[in-house]
Design a protein around this ligand. Structure first.
Ligand SMILES: CC(C)(COP(=O)(O)OP(=O)(O)OC[C@H]1O[C@@H](n2cnc3c(N)ncnc32)[C@H](O)[C@@H]1OP(=O)(O)O)[C@@H](O)C(=O)NCCC(=O)NCCS
Length: 177
C-alpha cells in the first residue's frame, strides 16, 4: 500500500464507474468525469482526517484502494472501505492482504480500537473475506439499505476490535508467514 498518485486517478475512476462495483458497494454516484476525479484528488491530498491508500502489486501496478474514513480520535474508531478494482486480479488474495495491512496500520500505528464496515447482502465475496477470513464480526442488519435495479437490499454491519485483530494475527501467525 502506498499514497495515491494523480496518475492513479483514471484507473480509480474506471473502478468507481464500473457497474459491477457500483452494484456491490453502498455509495453511489453519477458517472465520474476526469475533471471531477482530478478535483477529488486535489481535495483528498489536503484532507488530514481521512486516510486513503493505493493498493499496488509489483506485477499489475495499481489495482485498488483501501480507506480509513470518519476517523474518530476520541472513540478511536474509523470506517474501513476497499475496492480491488481490476477484476482480473480478484480471487488472488490481494483483498485479504489489503485488509490485514490496513488493520495493522489502523490498530498498530493510528492506535484505533475498532473498525466499522457495511456490506451489501449480495456481496458474498466481501462477506466471506471480512467475516470468515479477517476476523470481523456481523453486528447488525440495516433493512432495505441500498436500492439497486428496482430493488432494495439489506446492509450487513460489520466490525472488528483491536483485540480481535491481535488474536487473529496470533492464531494465524499472519505476519510471520
Ligand atoms: C470484495 C473484494 C475486495 C475481494 O477482493 P479479492 O482480492 O478478490 O479478495 P481475496 O482474493 O483475498 O479473497 C476473496 C475471497 O472471497 C471468495 N469469494 C469470491 N467470490 C465469492 C462468492 N461469490 N461467494 C463466496 N465467496 C466468494 C474467494 O473464494 C476468496 O476466499 P478464499 O480465499 O477462501 O477462497 C473484491 O472482489 C472487490 O473489490 N469487489 C468489488 C468492490 C467491493 O465489493 N468492495 C467491498 C465493499 S464492502
Amino acid at each position: 500500500m502506498r499514497a495515491l498518485e494523480l496518475e492513479d486517478m483514471e484507473a480509480l475512476r474506471s473502478y468507481h464507474n464500473d457497474p459491477v462495483v457500483a452494484s456491490l458497494v453502498r455509495g453511489w454516484s453519477f458517472p465520474i468525469s476526469s475533471y471531477q476525479q482530478k478535483k477529488w484528488y486535489e481535495s483528498m491530498i489536503v484532507d488530514k482526517t481521512n486516510h486513503r491508500f493505493a493498493v499496488e502489486t509489483e506485477e499489475e501496478g495499481f489495482i485498488g484502494i483501501s480507506t480509513l474514513t470518519s476517523i474518530d480520535i476520541k472513540n478511536r474508531s474509523a470506517q474501513q472501505g476497499l475496492i480491488i478494482g481490476n477484476p482480473d486480479v480478484r480471487g488472488r488474495g490481494y483483498g485479504l492482504d489489503t485488509i490485514m495491512a490496513t488493520m495493522r496500520y489502523a490498530f498498530e500505528e493510528l492506535q484505533l480500537n475498532r473498525l466499522d464496515g457495511d456490506i451489501v447482502e449480495t456481496n458474498l465475496a466481501s462477506l466471506h473475506l471480512y467475516l470468515k477470513k479477517c476476523g470481523w464480526v456481523e453486528e447488525g442488519r440495516l433493512r432495505q439499505y441500498v436500492y439497486r435495479n428496482n430493488q432494495y437490499y439489506d446492509g450487513i454491519m460489520v466490525g472488528i476490535l483491536k483485540d480481535e485483530y491481535l488474536k487473529l494475527c496470533k492464531e494465524t501467525n499472519y505476519w510471520e508467514k
